[in-house]
Structure formats: C-alpha cells, structure tokens
Ligand binder design. Structure first.
Ligand code: SAM
Ligand code: SF4
Ligand code: SF4
Length: 485
C-alpha cells in the first residue's frame, strides 16, 4: 500500500471546494457530498495528482495548520475512501492538466483555497456560435461582437475545451447560444463528450428551428435539460419581441412535438413590460402543454439598452414583485414546477441548505467569477453571459492556458471578484445585511443603469429606493458596442 499510487476516481467523482469544505459530485447519482477536516486537503491533493502514502502524508502536513497527521491516520482515511470507490489505485502517474506542471501543489492549494469563490466553477455555459435566426430586441448579447467570433473553432477544439473543463472539475455543461440549434451537430458532439465524462447536460434554445424525427431521437438519447425561451402565449407579443414572423407558432409546434416524444422541456421567460400582465394566463396555458417547468428571469442589462432607458423594457422592482406574487398564488394549482429569480431579501432562506458552499450556490445573485464559467465562441473564458465576445472582458483562452490558472486570475475578473461591501459605490449595497449572499446583484445591469459595476443592481428594491433617478431615467453610461443588426 505504501508504495502504491492513489488518485481521485475521476471517472466517478468531480472535486470542488469552497474555503474549508470539499464537495464531491458523484457522476452516477448526481449527488453532492460535503466533506470537512483533513479529507478536504487530502481529496484536493488527490484530485490534482496521484501520489504514494508517504508523499500524501508529507504534503498534508505541509497544508495543515496547528496539527499533524501520521501516515497511519492517512492510510486509514485512504482505505475508507477507497472502500467507497472515491479514490483508486493509479495505474500510471497522473497530474491534472488544469494547472501548470511546474507549479508546486502545496503552494497552489495554499494560494487558492482562501479565495471567496469556488475553487473551480461547478458549471460552464458555452456560447458555441455567433449567429442566431432571431433578433430579440431585449437580447443581452452584442450581435456585432458575436458575429466577429462566429465559427472560430473546430469541433475537435470544442471537444478539447470540454476535456479541459471536466478535468478541472466542472460537472454541469450547458450550451447557451448564440442559438444551439443553428449548429445542431456541434451541440450534439459537445454534449456527447460531456456525457461520457459523467456531466449533467443542458442547452437553451429559442425553439424556432424545426428538428427532424432523427434529431429528436438523438436528443432523447443524450438526455439533456432542454430550456426553451418563450415570452408569451400571445403570438404577436412573442413575434414582436424576437423579430421573427411566425416564431411563436414554430416554437409552440416544436414544444408540442418534443413533449410528445418524451423530451423534458423547461420554459424560460424574461419578465418585461410587454408580457408582465399576461404571465398568469401564460403560465396556465403552458401547464396545458405538458412542459416540466416554467422559470421567470428578470431582465438583465446588455447591448440592448445602449441608448434606451432600462425600465422602458424592464420592470421596476415593485412591478416585478407583483408578477412574482401572481406566480406564488398559482403555484399550488399547477402540474409543472415554477421558479423565478429574486434578491436574497425576497426569498425564504429557511428552505436553503445550511452548508456554506451550498448557501453560496443557492443564494448568490450572480454566478460570474464565483460559481460558473462562460465561454465565448473563440474559446475565451469570460466572467458572465453578458460579457461573452466582449474583448475588454477576456480572462484568457481556454485552449492556450491551463484552466485553473485562468479561473484563479482574479485581477482579470475585475469587479466580478469584489467581495467587500466597502468597495461598492451603492449606498444600499454597502449597508445591506444580505450583501454576503448577493454582492451587488448583476454588475452589468448596475453599470448600465447606475453608472458603475459596483453601483448596485437597479432591479433590487433596496437599490431602487436609494436611487435618485426616476424609473425611466437615461443610463449614465453607455454599453460600449452598439447594435446595428
Ligand atoms: C442569450 S439566449 C441564448 C440561447 C437561445 N438563443 C435562446 O434564446 O434561448 C439565453 C437566454 O437568455 C435570455 N435572455 C436574453 N436576453 C436577456 C435579457 N436582457 N435579460 C434576461 N434574459 C435574457 C433568453 O431569453 C434565453 O432564455
Ligand atoms: S435571446 Fe436567444 S434567440 Fe434571442 S437574439 Fe438572443 S441569442 Fe437569439
Ligand atoms: S442592496 Fe445590493 S447587496 Fe443588498 S440585496 Fe440589493 S443588490 Fe444585493
């Protein structure tokens, strides 16, 4: 046993960490186990490299502060983990490619684990193409910038990206656009690779591109979560928002076919001035279609609001809360699940898991730089979905730098990694008792409306009531790139 090399069973488990807690996501059950104590550092070391017991014991003792463990204790811990299939014998020496081979593992762990964000993102959303068949007037993406990076990578390069992400510990892979069904074969190739690595899968589509029976069969086989974006049950409202004639008819036809074929369809809707009053009727109508869930997304700022008042499209906090109250009233009468986003002070925190890491995962308003990775069509890592394809927000390219070096490059994440209330410009955020669970909401929306990334998300009632500006005020800054399409 002493000379034998052990390693995390990477076929069965994904390792993650937040401060002193380790998370083990089990691929077969999709469940997460939280571990503390010496198991945290022990599993961290074995997720990064294979090692024999004396080396593992020596490294653990370098990491542990104020205590020492004997090789016997380490051996017992390894035996227990091995009996559960969490660690295995390593047939060949293994070193994780997510950090540079010259970096000392103990230094790396010491440097990264005090960070106030997840050691590795648990999810990645890939924007695999830069064109879309719709031109939604509320879309947070910048159409001109997206077009510039369309078709940048080969399928083999996307597969390489998946391998790098999963090796770093990412276990949820989502294809986020621009429109996955424009590149059906690429979407399938990427999801298949992620499935082989044991990941949870998903994609989000506007639903207006028809699929053949063979393509539907392929999706059934892949078993991904399918999000479909639909803005209303009233065809004119949807078609007008997405700027494509008959988009509603095509989307609803697809949803019916996909549900009939046995696919699980989750509807996603952006809460806007144009659809707010229809949402209760819309949701009852959706329940009749047999979809699995309805999820309401509050409007983000982005390219769309350059030069137009944010609240001319988006709902003010009192208006949004009224829509949410309507959903709460409906919840018990429906077969499908309902979900909506809200600020921590608007949510029932008693239902949330008490684990620190889970609390962060559940409560944080914004995943940017904390829990999720976003990938532009050219393979660049970027902090958030709205910064996809924006050159000023590139952290680095996933194909050219080890992934965890990019993820821990905190200066490159800029404002998205700020975690002290005192750094914020917003008086509401600086004095907010929920700051630790929120960190200022959506920084992009804050910048678009309140003039700085740390200026407070105007969709939060606390920020809104501190704001000196009326709901239809002119944005103080303009998002850099303007839309021409
Ligand atoms: C950018 S789209 C890409 C995938 C696909 N084209 C679609 O529309 O489903 C991903 C999701 O973001 C939503 N979305 C777009 N612009 C938004 C905004 N300004 N605020 C909130 N959600 C938005 C879309 O409705 C969709 O559900
Ligand atoms: S929201 Fe989706 S469908 Fe609409 S323009 Fe953006 S990427 Fe295309
Ligand atoms: S005041 Fe700021 S930190 Fe508090 S909930 Fe609102 S956006 Fe979040």
């Amino acid at each position: 046993m002493e000379s034998c090399q052990v390693v995390l069973n990477r076929k069965g488990y994904f390792f993650n960490r937040f401060l002193d807690e380790a998370y083990l996501y089990q691929a077969s059950t999709k469940e997460c186990t939280v571990l503390t104590g010496i198991a945290t550092d022990l599993l961290h070391l074995l997720a990064l490299a294979s090692m024999d017991l004396p080396t593992l014991t020596a490294r653990l003792n370098q990491l542990l502060v104020g205590q020492r463990v004997s090789q016997e204790t380490v051996s017992k811990a390894v035996l227990q983990l091995s009996s559960q299939g969490i660690v295995v014998d390593s047939p060949a020496p293994f070193r994780n490619r997510s950090i540079d081979p010259s970096i000392d593992l103990v230094d790396h762990i010491r440097r990264t684990t005090a960070a106030p964000y997840f050691y590795t993102p648990y999810a990645a959303t890939l924007f695999i193409n830069g064109v879309c068949n719709q031109k939604c007037d509320f879309c947070f993406l910048d159409f001109d910038l997206m077009k510039k990076v369309h078709d940048s990578l080969t399928t083999a390069q996307w597969i390489d990206i998946i391998d790098r992400l999963t090796e770093a510990g990412i276990f949820f892979v989502n294809i986020g656009g621009m429109e996955p069904l424009v590149s059906f074969d690429l979407t399938v190739a990427i999801l298949r690779r992620a499935k082989a690595a044991g990941c949870v899968l998903g994609f989000i589509t506007n639903g207006s591109i028809p699929l053949s029976p063979e393509q539907i069969e392929i999706l059934l086989d892949i078993d991904a979560h399918i999000g479909v974006s639909l803005e209303s049950h009233v065809s004119g409202v949807h078609d007008d928002a997405v700027a494509l004639p008959r988009a509603h008819e095509r989307c609803v036809q697809n949803v019916r076919r996909w549900v009939e074929a046995g696919l699980t369809v989750e509807i996603q809707t952006v809460a806007m001035r144009r659809n707010a009053s229809q949402i209760p009727d819309f949701v009852r109508w959706l329940d009749g279609l047999g979809v699995a869930s309805f999820s309401l997304q509050n409007t983000f700022g982005g390219a769309w609001c350059a030069g137009q008042p944010f609240f001319s499209t988006a709902l003010t906090p009192p208006e949004y809360q009224q829509v949410v109250a309507g959903l709460e009233d409906l919840a018990g009468d429906l077969r499908m699940d309902l979900g909506w986003d809200g600020f921590p002070h608007e949510r029932d925190l008693s239902t949330v898991s008490r684990h620190k890491g889970h609390r962060l995962e559940e409560l944080i308003q914004c995943s940017a730089g904390k829990t999720a990775a976003y990938v532009s069509p050219n393979g660049d890592l970027t902090p958030c979905p709205v910064t996809v394809a924006h050159p000023e927000h590139v952290v680095g390219n996933i194909l050219t730098r080890p992934f965890l070096e990019l993820w821990h490059d905190t200066p490159a994440f800029g404002a998205f990694r700020k975690y002290c209330a005192d750094d914020y410009d917003s008086p509401a955020c600086r004095s907010c008792e929920q700051f630790g669970n929120c960190r200022g909401g959506c920084l992009i929306t804050a910048a678009a409306v309140n003039g700085s990334y740390l200026g407070g998300d105007p969709r939060c009632a606390k920020v809104y009531s501190h704001s000196e500006r009326g709901p239809a005020g002119t944005p103080l800054i303009q998002i850099q790139s303007r839309r021409t399409a």
